[in-house]
Design a protein around this ligand. Structure first.
Ligand SMILES: Cc1cc2nc3c(=O)[nH]c(=O)nc-3n(C[C@H](O)[C@H](O)[C@H](O)COP(=O)(O)OP(=O)(O)OC[C@H]3O[C@@H](n4cnc5c(N)ncnc54)[C@H](O)[C@@H]3O)c2cc1C
Length: 506
């Protein structure tokens, strides 16, 4: 049986080889398609692009870390430009303007720039707090002119006499003032919030939240598993369904699911992250498809969403929320309450408003014209960023950044105008100062579990939306790296992300 099968097999083999030889001799000779001929250019192209990107980054980092020596200043007859704040608007202005044109003084109580978009990642050590801070001393040395930094809080501005009053009753004179002090958290007068909630605004807020999280997790290990007392302690409530609140809730949930669950699953089982939002949906700046995707994703990952819930009061470790549909009052216990909603006016901004009562009559922020000049002090004070209120300009880093870039160009043109005697030239140059035209580049939000939703506008016509996938997370990461203001922070953030993949969070 076996021998006959082998014979049949050998006959078949002979016939097949004969047929293939005949076919080979008659068929026209076609060069075989080499796989490598397609892959080679892609491989070398990618290698070249990656090398160029790394080279560009290394060059940028080197340049940043090796500032040119400052020119020796003789008696200066330059105009005095005073900038209040070291946030998005002021630092972008400082990075964009030719600093040798003005006698520049920066005044701020904060000696660093904070990369706020990644602040929600810091309490759970997805990035280190130090990786998202950049020293002002580094930033003021990036230009070609001398910049003086006063680490002080501005208390008042006298627009008539062109003076800024800072702590210690010191007056600083200015010719041009850039008022960009940002905003402070707004608790809308809800009782108990200020006393019992944590905030997510400054670098120190991340440090405080991190310490509180650690403390509560430790305390909880001493309580019986599954007990109500332990669950209340491990209940973390984030109020505010905007990007800050969503990203904070998402990062906390990642930490519980990826770190606490790995090392202490019993403890993770008693943790619960709540996201409370007064409206019927979160992330109102995205379209319905995107915010629904975000809501479903958060729920799937374990975040409890409480929509249509308006905070009423906070007493001790209980927040009372009112269901805006049923009017029902619900008490929610917490171990940590994070207030991530609302922008309020800083005292120095309110004071400036009171000095110009005829023009500054909107409590939501400083009123400006299309050239970002403060109404009532046009020509001498510009106001940028979160401290202003202007139709179409929302309080985001994106707006503050574009305003900083715009103002740098305006001030450079003003410098040329001021140093020209020819009136016709002055007039024609003045005409080149166009109104500020904000271009909304879209919105991004991390939603946890290595996923994000992105609505990116490349131009007024080209827009793409990407959400819920690993690719959307990578796009989100690339966009944030591109937004970072220095190569040093870019490098540190990238290293932190790689570190989390290899050894997890702290
Ligand atoms: C957690 C978080 C995440 C965010 N994520 C994003 C995002 O992903 N994308 C986005 O577009 N926007 C985001 N934002 C919003 C964005 O950070 C703000 O819109 C932006 O910081 C506004 O810039 P600004 O320059 O007006 O104010 P800020 O950046 O707040 O800077 C204000 C500066 O003024 C200083 N200052 C305060 N008081 C005084 C005083 N009396 N005298 C002198 N200086 C003073 C402050 O110390 C600070 O240096 C986020 C905000 C937060 C809090």
């Amino acid at each position: 049986m076996f021998a006959s099968r082998m014979r049949t097999f050998n006959v078949l083999k002979q016939n097949t080889s004969l047929l293939s030889k005949r076919l080979q001799s008659t068929a026209p000779k076609v060069a075989p398609v080499k796989k490598s001929s397609i892959l080679k250019p892609i491989f070398y192209g990618s290698l070249l692009a990656a090398t160029a990107a790394v080279g560009y980054g290394v060059y940028g980092l080197y340049k940043e870390q090796h500032p040119a020596p400052l020119p020796v200043e003789t008696q200066s007859n330059k105009k005095k430009l005073v900038i209040l704040g070291t946030g998005w608007a002021s630092i972008t202005l400082l990075k964009s303007i030719d600093t040798s044109l003005y006698d520049i003084t920066v005044i701020s109580p904060r000696d660093h720039f904070l990369f706020t978009p990644l602040l929600p990642s810091a309490p759970v050590s997805t990035v280190a707090v130090e990786s998202i801070k950049e020293d002002v001393s580094t930033l003021i040395r990036q230009g070609s002119g001398k910049v003086t930094f006063l680490q002080k809080e501005a208390l008042d501005v006298d627009p008539q006499n062109k003076k800024v009053i800072v702590e210690g009753d010191k007056a600083v004179d200015y010719d041009i003032l850039v008022f960009s002090v940002g905003a402070q958290p707004n608790t809308f007068g809800i009782p108990g919030v200020y006393e019992n909630a944590l905030f997510m605004k400054e670098a120190n807020d991340a440090v405080i939240l991190k310490a509180k999280l650690k403390e509560n997790l430790q305390k909880a290990t001493e309580l019986p598993a599954g007990s109500q007392e332990r669950k209340d302690l491990l209940s973390m409530i984030v109020v505010g369904g905007g990007p800050t609140g969503v990203e904070t809730a998402a990062e906390l949930q990642d930490y519980i699911s990826e770190e606490v669950a790995k090392w202490n699953p019993e403890l993770a089982a008693d943790c619960q992250i709540h996201l409370v939002e007064g409206l019927g949906n979160i992330l109102g700046m995205f379209d319905q498809k995107m915010y629904t995707l975000a809501q479903d994703h958060l729920k799937k990952n374990g975040v409890a969403l409480k929509l249509n819930a308006m905070a009423q009061k906070v007493v001790g470790n209980t927040i009372t929320v009112k269901d805006s549909k049923t009017q029902e009052l619900v008490d929610m216990k917490f171990g940590i309450l994070i207030w991530a909603t609302g922008n309020g006016t800083r005292p120095v901004t309110a004071k400036l408003m009171s000095r110009l009562p005829e023009t500054q009559n909107n409590r939501r922020g400083l009123l400006i014209n299309q050239k970002l000049e403060l109404l009532g002090a046009e020509g001498s004070i510009y106001a940028l960023g979160d401290c202003t209120f202007h139709k179409g300009l929302v309080p985001t880093a994106q707006v503050a950044h574009q305003e900083g870039e715009y103002l740098a160009k305006v001030l450079e043109t003003r410098h040329i105008i001021d140093n020209t005697d020819n009136d016709a030239v002055k007039a024609s140059l003045a005409k080149t100062i166009k109104d500020f035209d904000y271009f909304n580049q879209g919105a991004l939000c991390y939603i946890g579990g290595e996923s994000a939703i992105n609505d990116i506008k490349m131009s007024k016509k080209i827009e793409f939306k990407l959400g819920g996938s690993f690719l959307s997370f990578k796009v989100w990461q690339c966009a944030y790296l591109a937004m970072a203001v220095t190569w040093r922070t870019r490098f540190l953030i990238a290293c932190d992300w790689i570190k989390v993949h290899i050894v997890g969070r702290q």
